[in-house]
Ligand binder design. Sequence first.
Ligand code: EPZ
Length: 452
Amino acid sequence: MPEEDQSVLQIQGRTSLKGQVTISGAKNSALAIMAGALLCPEDCRLRNIPSLVDVARMSQVLSALGVKIRRQDNILDVNASSIGKSKAPYEVVSQLRASFFVIGPLLARLGVARVPLPGGCAIGARPVDLHVRGLQALGAEVRIEHGIVHAYVHGSGGRLKGAKIYLDYPSVGATETLMMAATLADGETIIENAAQEPEVVDLANFCRAMGAKIKGAGTNAIAISGVERLHSVDYQIIPDRIEAGTFLVAGAITHSELVLSPVIPDHLTPVIAKLKTIGNRVIHEGGNCLRIVPGELRGTDIETLPYPGFPTDMQAQFMALLTLAEGDSVITETVFENRMRHVAELSRMGADIRIKGQNAIVRGVPLLSGAPVVATDLRASAALVLAGLAAEGTTTIQGLHHLDRGYENLEDKLRRLGAKIQRLTSDPQKENLASAEATKVTKNNGFQAPSL
Ligand code: EPZ
């Protein structure tokens, strides 16, 4: 585990922002597609890959499995032709839940996989029972011993067998794991009650570009016809809808007009709808540009749901916004059991929020006041940054290792928009842990990048 990062973000609040911000590639696409590259025994080129700690960790997992991987700016060249080991390293999997997704491609390619159970995290227990039951339906024998998931395909040359799978919950990760596993299975797989998130569709499009036969991604029923082998691909991932949503809220909470690009507006429908209900205008300026024009903030109710419902990953950011809205708002978190830990920190800044079960009742206040606060998880840290931008006075945010998992150069992007924000390290000599770790160039172990 990296030493506890002593850096803090310091924000002088009540500064209006102005200008255009570039949205990076989607973290949750990048992580799933990096796992998906294990399905391909040839070179894969992945473009628009954000420079994030989580991406660096997934690279470590792939390297540990024998994958040749090289980063060059936001391009990742991956070659999984000789994945020898089928065991992902515990010390990385325990820090990055998404690395559990490699179990599907490993089983599909090798007929065997040993992946540590991902621990829980700040927002919930994060079980993987839906992944495991789905893999068993595809013919794998799965047992869990000493915190390791051992999966094995007996007979039929170690090849999984297509099956009909019903997910009790439209889990994003389980849908992705099982869709990847099914691409090389023998026969037809149907995943019912599948997740419909844009990142699931992006993963499906990536697999189809490698020759997989997948229909229905983006609906609640996905059909996969297994093939013998997948082939090389050069693929660009989608922009990050949650980063875009975070910057839209930054415009609304600081009463600033901002332009964002590239974005895919259809991926932000519930977020845009809610911003308009609250009193802002959001204009699609053609192509992949969105403009937010702020208005007076009015309270509203929000319930997080699987896509196309309101995204749980935007709940904390909207709570920060609604602390300053006229009137009351009720925010209901239905996806994760413990995703309200930002409430205590927002309250330290003067917010009026009461929790009743999975509901937070937010009563608007005229002003927040800057304070020292601690981030508890990725999207909570984004919410604290947004609150700091709007608050009177100075806010210092600790726990930046959460933020750096999912936002590429957030403070640089905000500073370019005029925010008074800087990262202070306890030891000025110490390079910014995040940028060092996130842009760590994975050692180029003899990988010859294909020509661009
Ligand atoms: C993905 O996590 C995202 N992460 C999360 O983003 C996102 O919040 C979540 O989907 C929901 O949209 C990545 O894509 C890397 P789930 P995932 O499986 O796949 C329960 C962020 O901030 N469940 O859809 O882990 C689970 O406990 C992160 O970027 C089971 O019960 O989410 C949760 O309550 C946070 N059994 C619910 O389903 C299972 O086997 C949704 O989880 C799997 C999940």
